[in-house]
Design a protein around this ligand. Sequence first.
Ligand code: SF4
Ligand code: FE
Length: 481
Amino acid sequence: MRTATEYLSSLRARHLKLWVDGERVASPVDHPKVRPSINAIAATYSLAHDERHRELASAHSDLIDRRVNRFTHLFREPADLVKKVSLQRILGALTGTCFQRCVGMDGLNALFIATWDAGPEKHARFVEWTKGVQLRDEVVNGAMTDAKGARNKRPPEQPDQYLRVVERRSDGVVIRGAKMHQTGAANSHQILVMPGQALRAGEEEFAIACAMPVDEDGVSMVLGRQPSDERKGTSDAGNLRFGGQECVVFFDDVFVPHERVFLDGDLDACSTLVEAFAGFHRASYGGCKPGNLDVLIGAAALVAKEHGVRGASHVRDKLVEMAHLTETVHGVGLAASTKSTRHESGIWQVDPILANVCKHNVTRIPYEIVRLAEDLAGGAMSTLPSLDDLEHEEIGEKLRAVVGSETRTRTLRLIEYMSYGAGSVPLRIECMHGAGSPQAQRIVLERAIDWESRMHRARVLAGLEVDDELDAHGAPAKAAE
Ligand code: SF4
Ligand code: FE
C-alpha cells in the first residue's frame, strides 16, 4: 500500500492537463487552490499505515491476495460496508472536508456487479483492471455526471450534453463529451467513466463504462471554484490544511482499448450500475458528513466556551440537538450497511430504502446543524477582520482587545468556512445534490416501499381482511401454522 508521501510523488509523475482560473497549471500539486484537496486524499493513504486505523483503512483483497487500501477494496462481506462508513466518519472528522476517494470505491463495487450482469468477458476485463488499481493503490475518479443540458430531453436529442462513443475501431472505442462536478479528478490516477442514468433502447452509444489514466491523450480538466477559494493557503482559510475539489473533465475523442471497456451498449447492466452506485454512495454520506459535522459541533462548543456561555442551558441544548441530528445521519448510514444483502457476484449491497433515507436526511439535517452553529457563533463569524490584521504590529493589539482571543477568531473562521466558505461545498450543496438530488431519493423510496403490505396490515386491524399471521388473541393464525 502506498504511503501519503508516495501518493504525492505519484501525482507529480502525471502529465495532467489542468486549468485553474484561466491558466494552465504546470504543477497542480503545489497550487494553493489544489493542494488542500490533495492533503485530504493523502490522509486516506496515511490511515492505512496507522496502527490506530489500519483495521478500518485497509483490508485483505481476495483478488490479489494481499492487503489493500480500503478505498480500492470490494465489499466482500457485510462488515466491509460497515467499516467503510466508520472509516468515512473518522476521515470526515480528521479533515473537516471531502476526502474525495469514495466515488471511485463505490463505483468499483457497482461496476463489479454490473459487469457480472453483462457477461463473463466484460467482467473478467473489469476484474483485471481492478487488480491493477489495487496493486498500484490508485485514486479512481468515478466519472458519472453528464452535463445533461435540458432535463426534459433524452441524450439522443442533445448528444453533446452526454459522454458517448463516437467511433468504433477493431481494437477499441473513441469517446467524446464531458463529465461535471468531478470530485477529486485532478488528484486521481485513473478515471472510471460510467453512465449517469438509466438508458433506453436506441441510446446504446451513451451506455459506456470504461477507464483511462487521468493524463490520457484528449483528457483535460478545469478546476471548479469554491466560495472564498482565494483564501486557500492563507491564514484566513478557516480549515488551514484540508479542502475538497471538483472539476469539469473533458474527453476530446479519447481512444479506449477493448481491455478497458467494461460496458458498451449494455442497457440493463447500465441500469444495474446506476442503481447499485446510488445505493453505495447514498450510504457513504452517512459516514463523511457526520465526520464533518463533528468538527462543526466542536467549533460551536469552543466558541460558546470562549463566550463564557458553554454552561447556559439553551446553549447546551443546541449542542445536544446538533449531536443528536448528526448521530441520526450516521445511524441510518450504518443501518443501511448492516442490513445488506449478497449479490450473486459476491458483492454485498446496502439496503436500498435505508441508503436513500440516509441521503435524504443529508439533504436537510446538515442545513439545520449549520443554522445552529451560526446561532451559537454570533455575528462575528461574518464580520471578523483578517487574521493578518489581528497579528499586525501596529493595529493587532488594539484589534485583539476587542475581537477576542486567538481561539475565538480562528474558530469563528472555521465555522465561517464550513457554513458558507469553501467548506460549505461538501457540507451543504453537495449534501443537497451529491449522489443524487432529493427528488431522486423520493423516487426510489416510492418504488421500494411495499405499500400493499402496509395497506394489508391496516385492513386486517380495521377488520376488513382476515389476518393470515395472527389470530384475534395474538396466537399464530391457522394459515401460518
Ligand atoms: Fe467521500 Fe463524502 Fe467526499 Fe463523497 S462527499 S467523496 S462520500 S468524502
Ligand atoms: Fe459526493
